[in-house]
Design a protein around this ligand. Structure first.
Ligand code: AMP
Length: 307
């Protein structure tokens, strides 16, 4: 995309960009803006100058691009290709705990070869959001010594691309995945054992997401627990993990230093941004959000966390 303004990015995010059709017990939305990179870039852009790497088809309307532009992240790394945009559909069961994928159409992602703009290659922070591990590797190869690399994944890649996924894990500083994926990937039931196994594969940190029960950050000599901000009503949990990770890495990139305290503060911010995201479908809640709303909820959350 030629619409870029920001010459210098602090954080590069690669992931899926797509149109989602989502059913919850109370509503159904078709072709809403989604994809791991959409959520992660939107969340990160509250904190850091972020560049998006992804691909869309010719059916990706200008109104969707306007949503991205309003968040202010850089679009130079977003390719437009002949063909249809990635599409995913899923349905949530009664308690919103379980989600079933109804269909996944890779479309333009099937042939995607990420090409990083020159100004992205020296970015100090990189987030490989959920996408095929072979594409994550291709992005990694183009970066020039980033200071901190985080990556996300999903069950599908554990099943169909385990070798590439393990190559990614060996090269990164932080792996984020949800608790069932951590168990699946390591064969360990106890999360602490799963995390220890994954730390043995290379990363300094393992961030395990536990949905409405929060997240745990395992490092070599510590563990840190962050609950989820309690909400009265969740409209659509889609993208909670991606907004958590995007808020987390965006906050870390803005801080610039990766200390234990910075990681913990970043988890607080990731939790808060994710809590806003699930209050509405797609990026609707984040679009209306201001940094001051985030800070207010962070203070409220900090009061809840005090002992
Ligand atoms: P989450 O709720 O955090 O798991 O993320 C949901 C987002 O993941 C949706 O917006 C989907 O478009 C996207 N998604 C679903 N399946 C895939 C896939 N196989 N690869 C990349 N992104 C996907």
């Amino acid at each position: 995309m030629a619409a870029s303004r920001a010459p210098h990015v602090q954080l590069v995010i690669v992931g899926s960009v797509g149109l989602d059709t989502i059913e919850t017990p109370s509503a159904r939305r078709a072709d809403v803006l989604g994809g791991s990179a959409s959520y992660a870039c939107a969340a990160a852009s509250f904190f850091a100058r972020t560049g998006m790497v992804g691909v869309v088809g010719h059916d990706f309307g200008d109104d969707y691009l306007d949503v991205y532009r309003a968040f202010g992240f850089d679009l130079l790394g977003l390719q437009v290709r002949q063909g249809r945009t990635f599409r995913w559909s899923g349905v949530y069961e009664d308690n919103m705990d379980n989600r079933r994928t109804l269909s996944t159409e890779l479309n333009v992602f099937a042939e995607f070869a990420p090409e990083l703009p020159e100004n992205y290659r020296r970015a100090p922070f990189l987030f490989l959001a959920n996408i095929a591990p072979s594409l994550q590797l291709r992005v990694l190869e183009q970066m020039r010594a980033p200071r901190f690399i985080a990556a996300d994944t999903m069950d599908l890649w554990i099943n169909v691309a385990l070798n590439d996924l393990k190559k990614v894990i060996r090269k990164i500083d932080l792996l984020t995945l949800n608790e069932s994926e951590a168990r699946h990937l390591t064969g360990q039931r106890a999360l602490i054992k799963a995390a220890r196994t994954l730390l043995g594969w290379g990363p300094q940190h393992i961030l395990i997401k536990k949905g409405e029960h929060g997240a745990i950050l395992f490092s070599r000599s510590s563990a840190f627990l962050m609950p989820a901000f309690p909400l009265e009503a969740v409209q659509d949990p889609t993208g909670a993990g991606d907004t958590f990770a995007g808020g987390f890495i965006g906050h870390l990139a803005a801080n610039g230093r990766v200390t234990e305290r910075a990681l913990r503060r970043a988890m607080l911010y990731g939790s808060v941004v994710a809590s806003f995201n699930v209050e509405a479908f797609s990026l609707d809640r984040l679009r209306a959000l201001k940094r001051r709303n985030i800070e207010r909820r962070v203070r409220e959350f900090e009061r809840m966390l005090q002992v």
